[in-house]
Design a protein around this ligand. Sequence first.
Ligand code: PEP
Ligand code: MN
Length: 279
Amino acid sequence: MEHAGGHIMELKRIKKNCNRKQVKAGSAIFGNGNFAVIAGPCAIEGREMLIDTAKHLKLKNTSMLRGGAFKPRTSPYSFQGLEVEGLKYMKEASELTGMPVVTEIMDPRDIDKIYPYTDMFQIGSRNMQNFALLKEVGKYDKPVLLKRGLAATIEDFLFAAEYIAVEGNSDIVLCERGIRGFDSYTRNTLDISAVPLLKELSMLPVIIDPSHGTGLRSLILPMTLAGLAAGADGVMIEVHPCPNQALSDGEQSLDFNDFDRLLEKLLEVESCFKDIRER
Ligand code: PEP
Ligand code: MN
C-alpha cells in the first residue's frame, strides 16, 4: 500500500505486516491486547518522593515507573534533573517494588551512564529527530519509548522509529504526546487519530501521554479513555505525591487519589476495547 501522504513504502523494518509486535520492558508488556500503564513524576526530585510514589503505584499494579533524571527544559534556568543521583533512586525504587522503569536519554554520550539503571530508554519530543541519538539507541538491546516531536508529521515520526530499527533494535513503542496547536488553553493538541493511523501503518505498539498532550490535569482521564477507545496499547501519566509543589509539570500531574480513580475507571472499561487494540 502506497500511503497517500508520502513515502511510507520506504519503511522496511517497522511497516505493518501480519504480525503486530509485542515489546517487553522487564515485566511491562506493550502490544498484543495488553494495556500498559506507565506512571510517575515528571522529574525525580528526591529519594523519598520517588520511593513513596513507586510504592503507591505498585499497590495499584502499575506496569512501569517513569521519572526524568536528565530533563529537557525550555529554560536553561529551570531545574535540569538530578542526573545519575536520580537514576540511583530510580534503581532503588525498582528493586524495592519489582516495577520496571523508563527514563529519558537526551545525549548519545550518556548512553552507558544511563544503561545500567533503566529497563527502557525514553527519547523525548525535542529529540525525536536527533538522528545521532536514534542511531545510538538502535545499537543497544534495550526497548525504546519514542515520543512524537512537537511539530512532527506521522511520516516524520515513523521515519524516526525506522532510524532506530535500521540499527538492529526494533523494540520500539511509539508515544503520541500531542503536537503544537494554536490554542493557548491546552499545552498541546493530543492527536487521538494518530493512534489508529500509526497502528495501521506500522507494527509497533502505540501509547498516549495525556499529561504532556494536554497540560491539564482535568483532561487526563477523558483523554485516557479516548486513547483506549482508539486502540492505544497503553498510557503514560505524570503522578506526583503533591502536584502543587512539583518542580516541573505539576499542573498536568495527578495526585495518588486522582490516579486511583483513573485506574478504577480504566479497569471497568479496559477489556471492552481489547479487540480494537489487537487489530
Ligand atoms: C517527559 O515525558 O518527561 C517529557 C519531557 O515529555 P515530552 O518529551 O513529550 O515533552
Ligand atoms: Mn513532564
